[in-house]
Design a protein around this ligand. Sequence first.
Ligand SMILES: [Cu+2]
Length: 121
Amino acid sequence: MKTKLLLLLLLAGFVSAGAFSTHIIHAQEAPKRIEITAKRFAYEPGEITLKKGQPVVLVIKSLDVAHGLRFRELNLNAKINKGGSAELPLTPDKTGDFVAHCSVFCGSGHGGMMLTLHVVD
Ligand SMILES: [Cu+2]
């Protein structure tokens, strides 16, 4: 009888420990990943909206040649290898519209290759 009670206590301990670790995992939730594809001469999507203060990771994938993604105003620049991908962690700290341009020369339409980021409260 005593063993049974001990087992029950142990089990209860495991259950609450489980609930506790679930809570920890939830609190450290990974930043949202936003997938963007780059190809001559556009990004898809061409516009994204983020919330101020919310950390995200932009995952940029190139479908053809090497490209870049530079937010001059935010001092951020990513380079994406030919057919590869790059991750750009970003936590917007001000609201507004920010335009990113391709930072790796990729051909005749390179200058018009841009992505607009809207940051809202
Ligand atoms: Cu380019």
